[in-house]
Ligand binder design. Structure first.
Ligand code: PXP
Length: 236
């Protein structure tokens, strides 16, 4: 299974002082050096962590795959068309949320999502949709013309009891299988950490995990290179 490391929270720490360290671009290089398969960042409309300059620099230095998480806002679409990440992952975005809370409602926003998918795909950018593990969302995602989806693992990560965890895992596993049966590539992420990732790695239909907060948090204690390597040991 592949690992994409989200470096947003390196920029979150930088923005706590509004200076220029720690640098998410240097972080991306260290993550790649440690063996990750892609770098993920989210250029939010409020620029609360990653900013336009970070994105330009990341495009220059990332050698694996640059995966830009983004909303469907025209301003961000225009930036994506200029920067040309290898992949764009469309996510919902609300200014007041602490982090991306739910998946994109591809079923309710078919037209805008289809238009953005078409625009980005025509520019040679692979497009993925971050959606909840639900049949209707997977079918809606397929109808927009994407080739890949990222299943939201937040409900699994937040589940507390054994039965709840088992039920969320079964939902993720069935969703991944269904998406694969439609010819979609399947990624997953959100809320995954060193304790809960193992069970997800047992779902063979999932190809790649995108993980941010837990890796950057662990890096505070063991260093970023070690934090990435520890996660790679768990998922490979
Ligand atoms: N995937 C997507 C689409 C996300 O929005 C995020 C959070 O930015 C992640 C994965 C990573 O989540 P976490 O930081 O909880 O590992």
């Amino acid at each position: 299974m592949k690992l994409g490391v989200n470096v947003d929270h390196v920029a979150t720490l930088r923005q706590a002082r509004r200076i220029d360290v720690p640098d998410p671009v240097l972080a991306a290089q260290i993550c790649e050096g440690a063996g990750c398969d892609s770098i993920v960042c989210h250029l939010r409309q409020d620029r609360r962590h990653i900013n336009d300059k970070d994105l330009d620099e990341l495009r220059k230095v990332v050698k694996t795959k640059l995966n830009l998480e983004m909303s469907c806002a025209q301003e961000i679409v225009d930036i994506a068309l200029r920067v040309k990440p290898d992949q764009a992952t469309l996510v919902p975005e609300r200014r007041e949320e602490v982090t991306t809370e739910g998946g994109l409602d591809a079923a309710a926003n078919k037209k805008i999502v289809r238009d953005v998918v078409k625009t980005l795909s025509s520019a040679g950018i692979a497009v993925s949709l971050f959606i909840d593990p639900e049949k209707a969302q997977i079918e809606a995602a397929k109808a927009t013309g994407v080739e890949c989806i990222e299943l939201h693992t937040g409900r699994y990560a937040n589940a507390c009891t054994g039965p709840e965890i088992a039920s969320e895992l079964a939902t993720l596993s069935e969703s991944a299988r269904f998406a694969r049966s439609l010819g979609l590539q399947v990624f997953a992420g959100h809320g995954l950490n060193y304790e809960n990732v193992k069970e997800i790695t047992e779902i063979n239909d999932i190809e790649e995990l995108n993980i941010g907060h837990s890796i950057i948090s662990r890096a505070v204690f063991v260093g970023l290179e070690n934090a990435v390597k520890e996660m790679l040991d768990l998922i490979r």
